[in-house]
Design a protein around this ligand. Structure first.
Ligand code: NDP
Length: 260
């Protein structure tokens, strides 16, 4: 990447999979004054070790965040606000998510608790996080004198969604992976993306949903064709290209539009 994302960037689910790779590539590519807030459920112990092993002195702050716990979200936002002092938040990447029960998650194996747990982490968590971070996103947008131009360097929310959230494309993917809780949660995240894009337009905050491709992680499984490296390189390049016309859309890691 020759262009750089800048300012303060917050990534959820940063200790493994796509989130870890996002932090790794961002740390290598962001400008000198940029800073990454890498959020994970456990910032001590083995689950955070890969994140701690990234050799990026001064560029990353680890933040404890459990998206299924409102108190944890509030504490994380307070910690981030204190750390940023006068600055705002330029880019929030809502990456963390769960998929329950195990894939393909047919109807017969899916119960109320799966639906509730997945909705809580994948939708309610990002909803509350955005609500609490809004003053910091607004501050970043106001600190920039770009008129009404929106971008991921100014102030933006990128929600990591999925191709299988697409209602139009459901007939193509349903029989391979039913995943009722996951699909419906991501469709709700898409609507959240659209609502936030409408509401935050007046603040010049861009809001876009991005599908990372089918990626080899714990969630994606070993058969997935894409590496986290390629997926994240693609998504970061898409993020750099986002402007007003992309707010409220669902794009894939190569910048193609996915129908809702
Ligand atoms: P992984 O399962 O590999 O990683 C998920 C991350 O989310 C982990 O860091 C995990 O932390 C975190 N997380 C889970 N629950 C919570 C919670 N309650 N609070 C905070 N963090 C939590 O998933 P991927 O990296 O593959 O997926 C990243 C994103 O990409 C997700 O939004 C997913 O839906 C999306 N996606 C992935 C695809 C793929 O093929 N991999 C395809 C399409 C979309 P912990 O280690 O503590 O569990």
């Amino acid at each position: 990447m020759s262009e750089k994302l800048r300012g303060n960037i917050l990534v959820t689910g940063a200790n493994r999979g796509i989130g870890l790779e996002l932090v790794r590539q961002l740390a290598q590519s962001i400008g000198e004054n940029a800073h990454i807030y890498a959020c994970c459920r456990e910032i001590e112990g083995p689950r955070a070790q890969a994140l701690k092993n990234l050799s990026t002195p001064g560029k990353i702050t680890l933040v404890k965040l459990d998206l299924s716990d409102e108190g944890s979200i509030s504490s994380a936002v307070q910690a981030v606000s204190r750390n940023m002092e006068a600055g705002g938040l330029n880019l929030l990447i809502n990456n963390a998510a769960i998929n329950r029960p195990e894939s393909p998650a047919p109807l017969s194996a899916t119960g109320k608790q799966h639906m509730m747990d997945v909705y809580e982490t994948n939708v309610v968590g990002p909803f509350l996080l955005v609500k609490m971070l809004l003053p910091l996103l607004q501050k970043a947008a106001e600190m920039d004198s770009e008129g009404d131009q929106m971008s991921c360097s100014r102030s933006a929310i990128v929600n990591i969604s999925t191709l299988i959230s697409s209602i139009e494309k459901c007939p193509e993917s349903f029989h391979i992976a039913q995943m009722y809780p996951y699909r419906t949660s991501k469709a709700a995240l898409n609507m959240l993306t659209r609502c936030h894009a409408e509401e935050f337009k007046r603040h010049n905050i861009l809001v876009t949903a991005v599908h990372p491709g089918w990626v080899r992680t714990e969630m994606g499984g070993e058969k997935a064709p894409l590496t986290p490296e390629d997926s994240v390189a693609g998504m970061l390049s898409v993020m750099l290209s986002l402007s007003n016309k992309h707010s409220g859309m669902l794009l894939d890691w190569q910048g193609n539009t996915i129908p809702w």
